[in-house]
Design a protein. Structure first.
Lengths: 492, 377
């Protein structure tokens, strides 16, 4: 169920109306949980098994932690929680990548044997699990069957496992209280606006909001609508439009000259931003309408003046997650420059791998780590801070980030290297980049500069804002054609 | 990732990101403006965009799924006092130019532009029912000649009763939720989108603009193919004519020359046929709109059938005629045309249409119906 479809509109209208009716009654949480599971189950009812399992295990482990005062036992229980969540990710997201990589190495050494496909590893392979479940269904005379699970990557698994895991870690650290209600905890893990692509919420932000009935004021509804419309426009009008050019060029990069490859790469930078931040805006908007405040996830990342600044503006909920649960526990910047860079590199590699089970994502993470290491000292110098014009810094960051996106977008490592190589070596042929697309991008760029500049007051005049919303709504009603494209980050 | 001093994510949302914040009254103003534009636009457009429905006009082949255009064409034809010929590609005239179709031949015999060709290429009874129910407000209080092509009951596949998914024509017109079509496996979201579009004229109009002027890919897709052209100039404010047939002239030859057949159709019994039930849904929808109805059954290319299949077809045809009789609907059962006048199982060639029209014109009841718009049903 995608946010930019009529089915979500119908779903949300029903849930919102019911929520308003029951928000001050004990039915509030059951409604939110049921709605969230319906929302998630629309992709595949199979996925519900996983999310309920992940939720139940973390909930039970924290209850057990609360019963003991032994520090070592709490740590063991935390280790079980982290291992369990990572095992879920490993089984459904990384197993094939791992097996393929191991088999490639074995083949390179001429070992003569291969590791079995992950789904067939007895007894934990998902094929055995789904086979056992189906046998049970058959024995019970039910016609329901689980689909073959080996091929599926449950949508949003990286998001909700991280969210659930953060709760057990925070509890073990004494940063959040135990949540006694399973219903509330399950709602925290699965709250539908942010379930499949974040923001990755922290227990200390969202759980308290679930404990008390939310006040839904008129301003919450209008603010939520404002966020939702902007997000919808970013996704449908901008990201999906840019995707047409990006997909065409990246489908056969060997057929395009350097200008087309450069423009497609820059277009992808904007596509992924509009796609992901559009999703986040819609998620936050839908939540706000129900009185919930989800954390900010994007803050004009392409206005960043350094790579550190970029990561403080891009996918903030994930950046801070890795900062709090990986980088700082490793030692952060407290153990000297060499270790600091090591921690940075490791954190970025893990972050790359979080995004996808492929070497291209690892390289993307490594590129950012290298870029951050190379520019960290530079950014601290007086020359860079005071003498280099802001716009030059922003352009440099955008160029670097766009270059790194090549590895994120390309279908394979070979394709990524081909694109990067051809950008430098291919002839300068007509890129056939649509003028309308260029105009839209230019408008957005100008808008974000204005928004962050002194003339912001002009952009925020009431007639200008009303005109912008009218134009966005008319564009959405009249111009999009074809099928709805899924969000890019759903694959993670 | 992992900056030393990360920005705290507790910035007020409207101080960050590309946000546009409206208050309650501003939302009201914005929604009123949008609603006004969306209501006025299709109406104003209809006055600006030229639909020059010349003699024997038909909806162009390339615009067959432009249902807003169909609705507009029907309204225009009704205002001109015309009767309608409603049917699939046989009525539309798949192999012939627009001045050689059945409606054109009948108009020639009548000596006036009496009959509007409201045939739609590629349509079948399940889609026709949707077309009449949702896009044919213009077909009301009029005389309607409804063509019945039993080809759609010739196999379970034609009857949309197979469970394996396959792409059939005009999926946006078939029932999206009930009754269930086993071979139609579209996900829920696009089905709901289709239903919403049926009831919101401005969405139909937006689709019309995209189909008629941007080659189905929409404005965004069109700009990818024409990167340096101005999309606004593509809107020609003139709808293309439907003169050309759907196929190249080389294909408009008899089925024997094309060496197709024989056809061993199984024929689905009418009381078990989904398409037949949808045909009746069309009939009921037309009658509900106070139309006077005359059904033309056939002529199917029986020469192309095997002996056994021809026998089964004969039973089917007789059963269909019996249904019409029982419902008291004026009808004519057309005997087959000469074999060499067919291009395939059901489409006549140009000479076939002329012969078919002569035969129909020879039927007193039909002639009277066409001249006077009654007495039909």
């Amino acid at each position: 169920m995608l946010f930019h479809t009529w089915i979500f509109a119908a779903f949300f209208a029903v849930v919102f109306a019911t929520y308003l009716a029951v928000k001050n009654t004990p039915l509030r949480l059951p409604l939110l949980l049921a709605a969230s599971y319906v929302f998630y189950g629309c992709w595949s009812p199979n996925y519900l098994v996983l999310i309920v399992y992940a939720t139940a295990v973390d909930y039970a482990l924290v209850l057990l932690m609360a019963r003991t005062r032994r520090r070592w036992l709490r740590r063991v229980l935390l280790l079980v929680s982290v291992s369990n969540n990572l095992a879920l990710l490993g089984q459904f997201k990384y197993a094939w990548f791992l097996v393929d990589s191991v088999n490639a190495v074995l083949g390179w050494f001429g070992a003569g044997w291969e590791v079995a496909p992950p789904g067939l590893v007895w007894p934990i392979g998902v094929e055995h699990v789904s086979g056992a479940v189906n046998a049970a269904f058959e024995w019970l005379g039910l016609r329901t069957r689980l689909a073959p699970m080996g091929l599926m990557l449950p949508v949003g698994i990286s998001f909700y496992t991280f969210q659930s895991m953060s709760y057990t870690i925070d509890y073990c650290r004494g940063q959040v209280e135990k949540e006694p209600s399973f219903l509330r905890f399950a709602t925290f893990v699965s709250l539908f606006p942010q379930l499949v692509a974040g923001p990755i919420e922290r227990a200390k932000n969202l759980l308290p909001q679930l404990r008390t009935p939310r006040q839904v004021r008129a301003i919450d509804v209008t603010d939520g609508m404002s966020m939702f419309v902007v997000g919808l426009f970013k996704k449908v009008a901008l990201a999906d439009y840019l995707a047409l050019y990006v997909d065409k060029v990246y489908a056969s990069p060997e057929g395009f000259g350097a200008p087309a490859l450069i423009l497609a790469t820059m277009a992808f930078s904007w596509q992924i931003y509009f796609d992901f931040s559009g999703y986040t805006d819609m998620a936050r908007g839908a939540a706000r309408m129900m009185g919930f405040r989800l954390m900010l996830n994007f803050n004009n990342p392409y206005l960043a003046t350094g790579l550190g600044d970029f990561w403080g503006r891009w996918h903030i909920s994930l950046s801070t997650w890795f900062r709090d649960y990986v980088y700082i526990p490793l030692g952060g910047n407290r153990k000297g420059p060499a270790r600091t860079y090591g921690h940075m590199l490791l954190t970025m590699l893990v972050s790359g791998l979080w995004h996808g089970a492929a070497w291209t994502f690892v390289i993307w993470g490594a590129l950012h780590a290298a870029g951050r290491a190379a520019t960290r000292e530079l950014e601290a110098t007086n020359f860079y801070r005071r003498r280099v014009p802001r716009i030059v810094k922003q352009a440099l960051v955008f160029a670097f980030v766009s270059f790194a996106w090549i590895f994120f977008r390309a279908r394979s490592l070979d394709d990524a290297l081909l694109v990067a190589g051809r950008i430098c070596t291919a002839s300068w042929t007509d890129p056939r980049f649509p003028l309308l697309m260029a105009g839209l991008l230019a408008s957005v760029w100008v808008y974000q500069f204005l928004h962050a500049s002194r003339v912001r007051r002009l952009v925020q005049l009431a007639p200008v804002r009303v005109a912008l919303v009218v134009l966005m709504l008319l564009y959405l009603a009249l111009l999009p054609g074809g099928r709805s494209q899924p969000f890019i980050y759903f694959q993670f | 990732m992992a900056p030393e001093k990360p920005r705290q994510p507790d910035i007020e949302p409207f101080d960050a990101a590309n946000s546009v914040r409206l208050g309650g009254k501003q939302w009201l103003v914005a929604l009123l403006i949008v609603a006004a534009v969306l209501i006025v636009l299709p109406i104003a457009w209809e006055r600006v965009e030229m639909l020059e429905a010349a003699d024997d006009y038909r909806i162009p082949y390339t615009l067959a799924d432009d249902y807003w255009l169909f609705a507009r064409f029907c309204r225009q034809a009704r205002d001109e006092g015309k009767a309608f010929l409603l049917g699939d590609s046989v009525a539309w005239g798949h192999y012939v130019p627009q001045d050689r179709t059945l409606s054109a031949e009948l108009n020639r015999l009548a000596g006036a532009q009496r009959l509007a060709n409201a045939g739609v290429d590629g349509i079948h009874p399940a889609a026709m029912a949707g077309l009449v129910e949702h896009y044919a407000d213009g077909i009301s209080d009029s005389a309607v000649v409804l063509h019945c092509n039993l080809l759609w009951m010739s196999s379970k596949r034609h009857d949309l009763q197979v469970t394996k998914e396959f792409a059939f024509n005009h999926p946006r017109l078939v029932p999206q939720f009930h009754p269930d079509i086993p071979c139609y496996k579209e996900p829920l979201a696009p089905r709901l989108r289709t239903v919403v579009h049926r009831y919101v004229p401005v969405f139909q109009w937006a689709e019309h603009v995209q189909i008629a002027h941007f080659g189905r890919r929409g404005v965004s897709g069109w700009t990818i193919d024409h990167p340096y052209e101005n999309p606004a100039r593509q809107v020609a404010l003139r709808i293309p004519s439907g003169h050309a047939p759907a196929v190249s002239p080389g294909e408009a030859v008899s089925w024997q020359r094309k060496r197709i057949g024989p056809m061993d159709a199984e024929w689905v019994a009418l009381d078990e046929s989904f398409q037949w039930s949808m045909f009746w849904r069309t009939v009921d929808a037309l009658l509900r709109k106070d139309n006077r109805l005359f059904i033309v059954l056939g002529p199917f290319n029986e020469h192309m059938l095997t002996d056994e299949s021809r026998l089964r077809y004969g039973e089917c045809k007789a059963a269909a005629a019996e249904w019409f009789r029982r419902r008291g609907i004026a009808h004519v059962v057309c005997p087959p045309l000469p074999s060499d006048l067919y291009a395939d199982a059901s489409h006549p060639l140009a000479a076939g249409y002329a012969e078919w029209a002569r035969r129909l014109w020879a039927n007193e009841q039909f002639r009277q119906f066409l001249r006077e718009g009654g007495p039909g049903s």
